[in-house]
Ligand binder design. Structure first.
Ligand SMILES: Cc1cc2nc3c(=O)[nH]c(=O)nc-3n(C[C@H](O)[C@H](O)[C@H](O)COP(=O)(O)O)c2cc1C
Length: 192
């Protein structure tokens, strides 16, 4: 088996709590982002955008998260807001993957949405393959309108995910996977 298929068969995300500095260099990050741009895209519609959040921008976006959380949860206590403010500081680098579809186009919107999922997975795989810790996360703030405005998104944009990237503090253990027989079937013709 090639190194690549061995890698894909054993691949695991590294959860954000097991991430630390350093994140990818600018060159490595560009390669990860270019891998995200190189995904199946029916009709060449480029129905995705990638926004890099690193350095001091993590704290600025964290403040926006804190405010959005307080607005959505007026009963919350300050400690909860502080946790939200720290979310982006958990990893050195975060890529927000935005699904920006054209629903009027003849290519079904569903296919355009799928392409942004492919972009997330390609970047996740690229980052892990380069030896970085990486996790695809949405949490609550992917779905929050105030956070979307803070990120400069259009109202019709959707957040496909935040890819957290860093170095791993410890290697991941394996995760229970579905049974092959329950997932895979072979169609051999119409059933009588
Ligand atoms: C769209 C999407 C959103 C996700 N959001 C979260 C999340 O908010 N929090 C979380 O702990 N895991 C989330 N996950 C799951 C992790 O990314 C990941 O699947 C899990 O850690 C196991 O990863 P692995 O199968 O790559 O090892 C999400 C996965 C997907 C596909």
């Amino acid at each position: 088996m090639s190194d690549l298929s061995e890698f894909l068969l054993k691949r695991r995300s590294v959860v954000v709590r097991n991430m630390e500095e350093p994140g990818p260099s600018s060159d490595d990050l560009e390669n990860i982002l270019r891998a995200g741009m190189r995904v199946p895209d029916h009709g060449r519609l480029t129905p995705w955008r990638f926004i890099v959040i690193r350095g001091g921008a993590r704290e600025k976006l964290g403040k926006i998260l804190g405010e959005a959380f307080r607005k959505a949860n007026p009963e919350c206590i300050d400690e909860q807001v502080e946790i939200e403010e720290e979310r982006f500081a958990r990893a050195p680098t975060v890529i927000a993957v935005i699904s920006r579809t054209n629903p009027e186009h003849k290519i079904p919107e569903w296919e355009q949405v799928l392409s942004s999922g492919a972009a997330c997975q390609n970047m996740l795989t690229a980052a892990l393959g380069m030896g970085f810790a990486a996790q695809w996360i949405t949490e609550w703030y992917a779905y929050n309108e105030d956070v979307k405005v803070g990120l400069g998104l259009k109202p019709s944009d959707k957040v496909a995910g935040f890819l957290y990237l860093g170095s791993m503090t410890e290697p991941p253990t394996d995760r229970l996977r579905p049974e092959y027989q329950e997932i895979v079937s072979e169609w051999t013709g119409p059933t009588a």
